[in-house]
Design a protein around this ligand. Structure first.
Ligand code: BQF
Length: 299
């Protein structure tokens, strides 16, 4: 069965839209997101446009703040500080990746964790680790929500995560291994956690043998067709986080998106599998909306 992230994300947007409308009917401001983008990476432009459009669709306010590639780290830090202190902004993100001359970690550390709707600040990550109220990074939150909505249980299951990034691999492993009662406000009612999690990466020995023991495989490695059919147990759930652009002269844009999974050959073996596009990507965007609503309600 294909896990339809596009459809589930649309359902959740409708729910958020209701909540935003209720806030506004109550005389409150609509939640407001700011998105800071540096430079003109075409993929980043697309992602930011997706986020602006999603906000508009649920009745949230959104402002895009664009800087040229050459912006200094100090100027960006000043912008972060300004947004931290702007009472009209409920949450903001700095679109990643940043140009090489800017220290990403320095920028993230400067964001007030209460406005950190990407959930990437050391404060939010640490709070999540300790089970304190926090904002969870958008892709892991979206993956958990997708599993919850399809009632795919994780308790006692072996989850194999391929990839150890701060944005996906590490936080999704943490979320799914956690005790559910430590889960965070605003999460779906179906609590997911209690999994046994193995995190694999580029130096892992015998990835195939480990994957063959997995009930759920989450691939976030950034490598097209990394996960092939011979690595997947019959009846496993496969979550593909990869968004890779490959050249395709027959497509209108000259490229198409492929995931990290050899979908065509893995799908027949999997009980559940996410497509690319239309799987995890739309869930990431809707999770940003959920985080922004949460940040606004927390104030
Ligand atoms: C879809 C991202 C790598 C690095 C930085 C919908 C998105 C993508 C795909 C999207 C991503 C990936 C985003 C689909 C945001 C997800 O229909 O499959 C939406 O906009 N994403 C990002 O902001 O930064 C990234 C991937």
């Amino acid at each position: 069965m294909i896990l339809d992230g596009k459809k589930i994300a649309a359902d959740i947007r409708a729910e958020i839209r209701e909540k935003v409308a209720a806030l506004v009917a109550d005389g409150k401001r609509a939640p407001k997101l700011a998105v800071v983008i540096v430079g003109n990476n075409p993929a980043s432009e697309t992602y930011v446009n997706n986020k602006m459009k999603a906000c508009a669709e649920v009745g949230m306010e959104a402002v895009k703040i664009a800087y040229p590639t050459e912006i200094s780290e100090q100027t960006l830090l000043n912008e972060v500080s300004r947004l931290n202190n702007d009472p009209s902004i409920d949450g903001f993100i700095v679109q990643l990746p940043l140009p090489d001359h800017i220290n990403e970690s320095a920028i993230l550390s400067a964001i007030d964790y209460r406005k950190d709707v990407d959930g990437l600040t050391p404060a939010n990550v640490g709070r999540t680790v300790q089970g304190l109220p926090s904002i969870v990074s958008a892709t892991p939150r979206g993956i958990r929500e997708l599993l919850a909505r399809y009632q795919i249980q994780t308790e006692g299951k072996h989850v194999v995560v391929i990839g150890r990034s701060n944005i996906v691999g590490k936080p999704v492993a943490l979320l799914l291994m956690q005790r559910p009662y430590l889960s965070l406000p605003g999460m779906s009612a179906a609590s997911l956690g209690d999994a046994t999690v193995t995190v694999c990466h580029s130096k892992t020995q015998d990835l195939k043998a480990i994957c063959l023991t997995a009930d759920i495989i989450i691939v976030a490695a950034g490598s097209p067709k990394l996960l092939t059919a011979d690595m997947v147990k019959e009846g496993a759930t496969v979550i593909d986080v990869g968004i890779n652009r490959v050249d395709d002269p027959t497509s209108p844009r000259g490229y198409r998106l492929v995931g990290d999974v050899d979908f065509e050959n893995v799908a027949p073996k999997a009980a559940y599998i996410t497509p690319v596009p239309g799987g995890v990507g739309p869930m990431t965007i809707v999770s940003l909306l959920q985080n922004t609503l949460q940040a606004a309600l927390n104030r």
